[in-house]
Ligand binder design. Structure first.
Ligand code: GDP
Ligand code: IMO
Ligand code: MG
Length: 427
């Protein structure tokens, strides 16, 4: 009864959506366990391109039951917009199941996300502005609204009143904005109750029973290790647990049932938003990666910051998540480079660091120690086996594998399902 977690090894956008979709035919459940519509997964199936935010990527596979777990924060407007858009394209979304314990993103939290960022000025995080941080803050502060509250108007009203007592003070007195009325917030949330009701269940029980029946459950992370609230580059992180531990707390599957942890890692590195990034390139090489890799955000359209592969981060991700397999994506993007630098360690004030520095300020001014590998110029997007890759591309994969802490089981050579080289099966 395999439960497989798919997580991001870097700062997101590694290609988790494609990897999840790739396994769609082999799994029974795909569970989103953290984050919300801050995520953006692009999946290409034949001529069709899908951009998913809140829905698990498994929604695109007809035989999969997609699940939104308890660790997710749900913007109900976005949920139904995404469902309607997929239905309009002929997809059946009726199998979707949603945890009664997932929290909902209320209007005031979307507003607070935006005004807090403006207030922070140069210290801003560069959030997606979707209300993610404030909603998780409410959850931890025990003033959040859960999906199940939509089915008891009295409780819902009490909770919204409690939250707004504080939030309206903040909005009007600190941020000089208009407050929200309890009636308007309650009315908006209640307007979704009837439509969401048939999807809501105890998803932890659902998944446990599936595992008992020897069915396969895939747990799909939003964001990534370096954006994790505990293990990432705090405070430049998202507000949820995006790592393998989060796959358990965010879904209700116990750690003893996880059989495999698959980390998606790009053949180079990108980041959106603020925060440290040791291998970041500010020159034409960075622009090359951005253009060749189409590195513009799926959610906000922002240009992604680009840099070379960072093996310190890969090793850190391998350790924190207990990675059993890496999927190395976007190898094709490196085609045409004469030589390809790879970061093997950091230099911090003349001291070599093979592991992540303990102090964040050291990480902020770490400079990469680079090894240079010879590049290749042949188009590799049609390669379907490792042997078909040019010798230098094979050597690049073998080299990064040797310094990244786990094996490279799958290689991506293009956005489509087919543009994939499988060295070891993941299911
Ligand atoms: P996610 O957030 O981790 O699901 O990743 P995104 O979808 O935000 O970003 C990854 C982008 O790379 C998407 O546009 C994918 O279609 C694309 N992609 C995924 N794997 C590959 C690959 O191996 N090669 C190329 N060229 N593109 C890929
Ligand atoms: P996927 O799932 C890349 C970043 C934001 C910002 C920080 C906090 O597509 O990999 P938030 O709105 O979450 O409070 O923003 O996290 N961020 C992402 N960056 N990919 C994502 O998701 C991201 N989700 C959030 O840019 O720096
Ligand atoms: Mg993305």
């Amino acid at each position: 009864m395999p439960a497989i977690a798919i997580i991001g090894a870097q700062w997101g956008d590694e290609g988790k959506g494609k990897a999840t979709d790739l396994l769609g035919g082999q799994v029974d459940y795909v569970v989103k366990f953290n984050g919300g519509n801050n995520a953006g997964h692009t999946v290409v199936i034949g001529e069709e391109k899908y951009a998913l935010h809140l829905l698990p990527s498994g929604i695109l596979s007809p035989e999969v039951t997609p699940v939104i777990g308890n660790g997710v924060v749900i913007d109900l407007t976005v949920l139904f917009e995404e469902i309607d858009a997929l239905e309009a394209r002929g997809l059946d979304t009726s199998a979707l199941r949603i945890s009664a314990n997932a929290h909902v993103i209320a209007d005031y939290n979307r507003q607070l996300d935006k005004v807090t960022e403006r207030f922070l000025g140069s210290r801003k995080i560069g959030t997606t502005g979707r209300g993610i941080g404030p909603t998780y803050a409410d959850k931890i502060n025990r003033i959040g609204i859960r999906v199940q509250d939509l089915f008891d108007e009295k409780i819902l009203r009490e909770k919204v009143e409690g939250a707004l007592d504080l939030k309206n003070q903040l909005l009007t007195k600190v941020y000089n904005r208009r407050g929200f009325t309890v009636d308007a917030v309650v009315e908006e949330l209640l307007s979704y109750a009837d439509r969401v009701a048939p999807m809501v269940c105890d998803t932890g029980l659902l998944l446990s029973q599936a595992l008992d029946r020897e069915e396969t459950v895939l747990l799909e992370a939003g964001q990534a290790t370096m954006l994790d609230i505990d293990h990432g580059t705090y405070p430049f992180v998202t507000s949820s647990s995006a790592t393998a531990g989060g796959a358990c707390t965010g879904s209700g599957i116990p750690p003893t049932r996880l059989t495999r942890v698959v980390a998606i890692v790009k053949a180079y590195t990108t980041r959106v938003g603020e925060g440290p990034f040791p291998t970041e390139l500010h020159d034409e090489s960075g622009e090359f990666l951005r253009q060749a890799g189409g590195e513009f955000g799926t959610t906000t359209g922002r240009p992604r910051r680009c840099g070379w592969y960072d093996a310190v981060i890969a090793r850190y991700a391998a350790r924190i998540n207990g990675v059993t397999d890496f999927v190395l994506t976007k190898l094709d993007v490196l085609t045409g480079l004469e030589q390809i630098p790879v970061c093997v360690a950091y230099d911090v004030d003349g001291v070599r660091h093979d592991e992540m520095p303990v102090n964040q300020s050291d990480f902020h001014h770490a400079t990469p120690i680079l090894e240079y590998l010879p590049g290749w110029s042949e188009d590799i997007s049609h390669c379907r086996s490792f042997d078909e890759l040019p010798a230098n591309a094979q050597a690049y994969v073998k080299y990064v594998e040797s310094i990244s802490g786990s094996r490279m089981s799958v290689i991506g050579v293009g956005p489509s399902r087919a543009a994939t080289i499988v060295l070891h099966d993941l299911v």
